[in-house]
Design a protein around this ligand. Structure first.
Ligand SMILES: [Zn+2]
Length: 346
């Protein structure tokens, strides 16, 4: 098959995204506006300069950039602005539905949890009306938070706001030395209130961390999870239960989980019969977009249109939308797939 129509199909096809961070999606031009607005000094004061500073060089640099970005978010208006920009870029990629992670505790000194959510919800509702794109929110807890009891604040608040844009509780931050077991009580409490768990696991730590996310936090999906392949028993378990993995290929390469994209275990995960979805994680920081992730894996692994459509469909099925909403989205996407295939002669 000619490659060009497939690339075009990928650009135009409707998509969903299940693992993307709001703060990690702030583009250099948006960051520049925030920094000027709030009079915060950054290492560069042009879009090009910031673009260069964003370039991934090491994990330490990644964290430095991440916190510098967070430090530029100071007001409810800033939250509305970043969420509006985020949704505009999702819309440009025809991402119809996103489940979006953000870290409320990081911003608490400037903006209360409630103000953060209200501002993001204004952008969410506006985008739904004007662009026809939807998102739902998964506030997360940083594994570094101490004392660990502090995380209960986020869990309780998130549970109170189910139905107000919030659909799950996440766990992010450095995996090494911060095992899921530390947060057992926090997630138990959220679950008792009906809030599902979406922890990161199996990225910079191995299978043990994924087992912990499943057994102690009752993860309904695993953020990354690519290192499950280190434990055949875990692979068998994930296959049997069809627990979805949120695979973010470029992020894995940048963070050194795998040396190159060609060595990424994505084909192996599929061979093992695991439930794989594709996401971009922190797109501008890893010099990618969800569209680029699809283009890169297609180019690298030679996937055909059937596999690409399967990834998209997996995203719908692994989402936390109700089964009725999933069916509606599936049917809408199927119609658009057929139209696009006819148009592009695929
Ligand atoms: Zn992530």
């Amino acid at each position: 098959m000619n490659k060009m129509p497939l690339a075009k199909f990928i650009r135009l096809m409707p998509k969903v995204e299940l693992h993307v961070h709001l703060e990690g999606s702030i583009r250099p031009e948006t960051l520049l506006t925030l920094a000027e607005r709030n009079d915060v000094a950054l290492p560069a004061n042009t879009t090009e300069g910031l673009q260069e500073w964003y370039q991934f060089s090491s994990f330490a640099h990644f964290i430095e950039v991440y916190f510098a970005i967070c430090n530029c978010i100071r007001t409810p208006d800033d939250f509305e602005f970043i969420a509006t920009e985020f949704l505009r870029h999702q819309s440009e990629q025809n991402i119809k539905y996103s489940e979006v992670i953000f870290t409320p505790y990081t911003h608490r000194e400037h903006v209360t949890f409630d103000e953060q959510l209200a501002a993001i919800n204004r952008a969410r509702q506006q985008a739904e009306t004007s662009l026809g794109v939807r998102m739902a929110l998964a506030p997360d807890i940083s594994r570094q938070v101490r004392p660990v009891e502090t995380s209960l604040l986020v869990a309780d608040w998130a549970a109170q706001n189910m139905g107000n844009g919030i659909i799950a509780l996440g766990l992010g931050g450095p995996e090494v030395d911060n095992p899921p077991e530390l947060f057992q009580e926090t997630f138990q409490r959220a679950r008792a209130e009906g809030l599902p768990s979406l922890p990161h696991a199996g990225e910079t730590e191995g299978a043990k961390s994924i087992w912990g996310a499943i057994n102690t936090l009752s993860a309904v999906r695993v953020g990354h999870g690519v290192r499950c392949l280190e434990d055949p028993e875990l692979v068998a378990f994930l296959r049997e239960k069809q627990i979805p993995l949120e695979v973010c290929p470029s992020s894995n390469v940048c963070l050194g989980v795998v040396p190159t994209l060609a060595e990424h275990p994505l084909p192996k995960l599929l061979e093992e019969g695991l439930f794989v979805t594709i996401s971009s994680d922190d797109p501008p920081m890893f010099d990618t977009t969800l569209t680029d992730e699809y283009l890169r894996i297609t180019e690298t692994f030679g996937f055909g249109i059937t596999q690409i459509k399967q990834f998209v469909s997996n995203g719908i099925q692994a989402s936390l939308l109700s089964s009725g909403e999933q069916r509606a989205l599936e049917s809408e996407f199927r119609t658009q797939f057929v139209e696009l295939e006819n148009e592009l002669g695929l």
